[in-house]
Structures are given as C-alpha cells and as structure tokens.
Ligand binder design. Structure first.
Ligand code: KIV
Length: 262
C-alpha cells in the first residue's frame, strides 16, 4: 500500500510513530519501528551546537538526508526545509525540487500556517508531498513557551490546521501545544496530527532520537529519555583505553601477519 495512504489510514485506529534521524546508521536501526523518519533541522542545535535552527542550510539538510536515505527502507522519509528556503512559492518550489531529487525523500516539511498556504499549494500542485508544522515554530520562535493559552492564539492555530488540511498536507506536526487544543485539532481535521509536547490526543508522536537515547542533553518537558547511550559509549571508550594501555588490544587476532617473514 502507498506509504502516505497507510499513514492517513492510521488516524483513529493506531498511533503513528515518528523519530528523527540525521545519519544512515541511526536511520537503519529505527526504521523498523517507525512509520515516518524525519530529517529534522533540529540537527542544527543537536549536532552543530547552533543556538537556533536558523543557521541550518539547504546543503546541510541535503547531505544529512542523503546519508539517512541509505538507512531507510520501509518508513516514509520527510526532510525539513530549512529557514529562508521557502520565503516565496518560487523559492520553495526550486528548493523542494532540489531536496527531493538529491535525497530521494518522500516529502518535505514546512513550518507555519496561513503565511505559507500559497507556497504549500504550489508544492502540492507540483506533486511534492508536504507535512505541516504548527505551534512552536523553531525557525521563527522568539521563545519556546507552549502555545494555546489564549483564545485568540487557539483560534489562529485551529484555523491554520484547517487551512493546511485544505491545502493538501498529508499530516501536521503539533509542537508544544496545550493539550485540549491538540485534542480539538485532532478531532476537527481528517489528516493525522503528530505531536511533540502536544499530548497523547495526537494521532502520533515524534521525538528527536538523540533525546530519546540520551545523547543530547536537553531538559524539555516533552522529552522522555528511553535509554542512556552516553553511558554505554563511555564504558566502551574506557574499556578501549584500558586495553590499549595494557597492550590487551590489539591482539594477534586483530593484526595482520604473513608467515616466514624475518
Ligand atoms: O527539527 C525537528 O527535529 C522537528 C521535530 C522536533 C518535529 O521539527
């Protein structure tokens, strides 16, 4: 079955699982557990220590996505369009085409509501599948406070979710949105919502894999650490060091020899 249809059909039936990947090795491990793998522009802060995602470039997204593509076999692969690559419909179309042709991903993700509707319609008209992103929008956010406290803001986000659906996006990421608003959006629209800090009312959940495995040190309310890979890397590096220092590694087994050499 078509991957997009499979994801749409999960709405109201089973949860959609989405994780981020920035490289082949991680992608190939998580692929079997995911419906969607997102090459998120969060890689700017997670890997490059940027203070925001604004400095992430198209080339960075393309290079990481090419690596991820090698590890993704079954999941739908979505690539974030970085900041300043979709300021108007023409620019977005050129850049989205570049992303799709160079990385062979299945879809792109754009942040925003009403402002980007024309752009999204252009992409979809040109057969580029799009995922939406509402709530906290890291590419333009002044702060990372959750959205949906005030009535006006709630109305705008709900309106934007309907506009995105009408424009033809196949799903929407809801980032840091008050729970009852996520519930209302998820009930109102017929496409799946994927939450991050947006409650269990969403049709699916997304998490940054480096946060999930304890490689990235962020303490946000919406992060749950499911494993401590840092500890394991520490232990392995320490064992390596000890074995090298005591000449236990490398042994003959890990070295090359030819017979009869003087
Ligand atoms: O960039 C990213 O990783 C994202 C997710 C957090 C949804 O947009």
């Amino acid at each position: 079955m078509n991957k997009f249809l499979k994801i749409k059909q999960k709405k109201n039936k089973s949860k959609i699982i989405c994780l981020t990947a920035y490289s082949k090795n991680i992608a190939s491990i998580i692929d079997k557990h995911c419906d969607i793998i997102l090459v998120g522009d969060s890689l700017g802060s997670v890997l490059y220590n940027f203070s925001s995602t604004k400095k992430v470039t198209l080339d960075m997204m393309i290079e990481h996505s090419k690596s991820v593509r090698m590890g993704v076999k079954k999941s739908l692969m979505v690539v974030d369009m970085p900041h300043n690559t979709y300021r108007n419909a023409k620019e977005a179309l050129n850049n989205a085409k570049k992303i799709i042709s160079k990385t062979k991903c299945d879809a792109v993700k754009l942040e925003g509501g009403k402002k980007v509707i024309r752009t999204i319609k252009t992409l979809i008209r040109n057969k580029i599948p799009v995922m939406g992103h509402l709530g906290v929008l890291p590419q333009s956010a002044k702060n990372f406070k959750f959205k949906g406290k005030e009535t006006t803001e709630r109305k705008i986000i709900l309106r934007d979710s309907k506009l995105l659906e009408e424009a033809g996006v196949f799903s929407i990421v809801l980032e840091c949105i008050e729970s009852s608003l996520s519930k209302e959006i998820t009930k109102t629209i017929n496409i799946p919502t994927i939450g991050i800090g947006a409650s269990s009312y969403c049709d699916g959940q997304v998490l940054v894999t480096d946060d999930l495995i304890g490689l990235n040190k962020i303490s946000a309310r919406f992060v749950k650490r499911f494993s401590n890979i840092e500890k394991q890397i520490n232990e392995a590096a320490l064992k390596f060091k000890k074995d090298v220092v005591t000449s236990k590694f490398p042994t003959k087994k890990h070295s090359y020899q030819i017979k009869n050499i003087v």
